[in-house]
Design a protein around this ligand. Structure first.
Ligand SMILES: [Mn+2]
Length: 349
């Protein structure tokens, strides 16, 4: 079906909404946050009431694991009141909700244990694996799956094509640009598409550059240098042909941006086509991976860890795996060594 017909179906669906629109995101990162805010702007333009719910992983204290950059965006754009934790999306509320999912293919994710059982009516996502999503579009629903750099680009296109006006400057336009840039490694990602570039250009008519600068120029944390020092040691690196594996040691959720920075730097190393940076966070094994080798299917490589992962893209992925009580062992050095042996078996082919 052509795009004009797709849009027409979407517009009709939106116009007919009588229920409260409930946008659900499966995690809070710059792309999902901006995509959700963009969708909220869209529905509000058509006079609908909108809530946004977010799912999250808990740290040891039961708080949301939130990454510094996400927190910086929430602070800068004063978004705290826009997002409600998923527990507040009670069964009662779900009964009267028009459910919208952005930046994830499905809510049917066993890893996240999302307490939403109803079928999403609108889904907009840029990840692979929609085949696993279970729900299929019908007359009552509208799903757009396309492997692009960012969900924010898709939402921006919907806003422009459905003629939702932007102010000058417009906070949502700025947020969407940050979302696109963040999910595409500042447009350097292999997933970067024509649509992503076009939307950056269109959004740039309405954005506030000062806010982009504020978010982008946050200093590298001290944690980065600690991780880099560990990953930089020869004994914490293994190279097998074009595959580069490095350990970043024991990490905390705060280290995620640093961990990602390190795997990107590993991938930029001469002769490297696939990189895995792994660390241990308590009993969890966390691997960040990058791949530019067309003969390697990163999803398949990571699937050996048994992860039901709806979030891996063709050239970037990762796993979070609960190692169980064995992960709480006191002898960290011996444990790291054991994990090394196991990982080399799994990741080298
Ligand atoms: Mn995304």
């Amino acid at each position: 079906m052509d795009w004009a017909k797709r849009l027409e179906k979407l517009l009709k669906l939106i116009q007919l909404i009588t229920l409260r629109v409930s946008i659900v995101i499966t995690h809070r990162d710059p792309d999902s946050i901006s995509a959700a805010k963009g969708m909220k702007k869209l529905f509000e333009f058509f006079g609908k009431s909108v809530d946004i719910y977010y799912c999250y992983r808990k740290d040891d204290q039961g708080n949301e694991e939130i990454f510094p950059q996400t927190q910086a965006i929430i602070n800068e754009f004063r978004l705290d009141d826009d997002f409600m934790p998923i527990e507040l999306f009670t069964d009662e509320k779900q009964k009267d909700a028009f459910i919208v999912v952005v930046d994830a293919p499905t809510l049917n994710n066993s890893r996240l244990n999302i307490p939403v059982k109803s079928k999403p009516r609108i889904t907009v996502d840029h990840h692979y694996q929609p085949a696993e999503c279970g729900e299929k579009e019908d007359d009552e629903s509208w799903y757009w799956f396309e492997p692009l750099g960012a969900a924010a680009s898709m939402v921006a296109k919907l806003l422009f094509d459905l003629k939702v006006p932007f102010s000058k400057p417009d906070a949502v336009a700025t947020l969407l640009m940050i979302g696109i840039k963040n999910d595409t490694a500042e447009t350097n990602s292999l997933d970067m598409s024509t649509l992503d570039y076009q939307m950056l250009a269109e959004l740039s008519k309405y954005h506030e550059q000062k806010q982009i600068y504020e978010i982008a120029t946050q200093a590298v944390s001290e944690g980065f240098w600690e991780l880099a020092a560990i990953a930089g040691k020869k004994e914490n690196q293994r190279k097998h042909g074009t595959v580069f594996i490095a350990s970043v040691g024991d990490i905390t959720p705060d280290n995620e941006p640093d961990h990602l920075r390190i795997v990107r730097m590993m991938q930029a190393t001469e002769g490297v086509k696939t990189s895995h940076a792994w660390g241990l966070s308590g009993r969890y094994l966390i691997i960040k991976s990058r791949n530019d080798n067309k003969e390697v299917d990163l999803n398949k490589v990571l699937a050996v860890f048994g992860e039901v992962n709806g979030g891996s893209k063709a050239n970037a992925g990762g796993i979070v795996m609960d190692l169980g009580p064995i992960g709480e062992t006191k002898n960290r050095a011996a444990f790291h060594e054991a994990v090394w042996r196991w990982l080399e078996e799994k990741l080298i082919h």
